[in-house]
Write a protein that binds this ligand. Structure first.
Ligand code: HEC
Ligand code: HEC
Length: 150
């Protein structure tokens, strides 16, 4: 049977504490979009890079990735009454607009039942689909897709 010595208690404790120290010192280096400005101050409005136009369908990096939006979305209205994305991507209009239609998952509710219209949880398209800009990434990323998608 193992006896609990001071070492068993102190070593994990020290580890946990050093973890805290690292977290605290890293926090000072994290650059948010608003820089290091106090919350009550208004930063100069950040200039958002222009979105890239008409890049054509983009490769996906993993199987369940929401595909990237390859076109501009400026002024496309999505609110309670209107969803302009669906005017091209909904099943009713996609063929005539020559646009890819949303997949059947967009008609499924959270219980897996297929609805006759877009599921509320897939209504706000830009929760998951994003247009691209030419901006440099804020955080370095070394993700590579699985072999079969490369
Ligand atoms: C005027 C029609 C039109 C509207 C409105 C529109 N799109 Fe598109 N969208 C297209 C077409 C056409 C393509 C295919 C682009 C190509 O083949 O180069 C496309 C491609 C896409 C793709 C890529 C699909 C894939 O399989 O890679 C996504 C995601 C997308 N659109 C999302 C949106 C979202 C979100 C909105 C609303 C903010 C929207 N679109 C509004 C016409 C439209
Ligand atoms: C909760 C996240 C989410 C939301 C919200 C969402 N999508 Fe998707 N979308 C996905 C994912 C994930 C995929 C790829 C897997 C799949 O089809 O489910 C996808 C796939 C697509 C595709 C490609 C379909 C295909 O067969 O290749 C289009 C086009 C698309 N979405 C458009 C839209 C539009 C337009 C809206 C808004 C009406 C929307 N999506 C809302 C996550 C989302």
């Amino acid at each position: 049977m193992m006896t609990i010595t001071a070492r068993h208690v102190i070593a994990p404790l020290l580890l946990a504490l050093s973890g805290l120290a690292v977290a605290a010192s890293d926090a000072g280096n994290l650059g948010a979009l608003r820089g290091h400005m106090a919350l009550e101050q208004d930063p100069a409005p950040a200039r958002i890079e222009d979105p890239l136009k008409d890049q054509g369908i983009q490769d996906r990096e993993y199987i369940h990735q929401p595909p990237l939006i390859p076109h501009q979305v400026r002024d496309y209205e999505v609110d309670l009454k209107v969803n302009q994305c669906l005017s091209c991507h909904g099943w009713k209009n996609a063929a005539s607009r020559n646009a890819p239609r949303v997949s059947p998952t967009h008609y499924e509710n959270r219980d897996g039942l297929t609805l006759s219209d877009i599921s509320p949880r897939r209504y706000f398209c830009q929760q998951c689909h994003v247009p691209q800009t030419g901006a440099a990434p804020l955080v370095e990323n070394t993700f590579t897709p699985v072999e079969s998608l490369r």
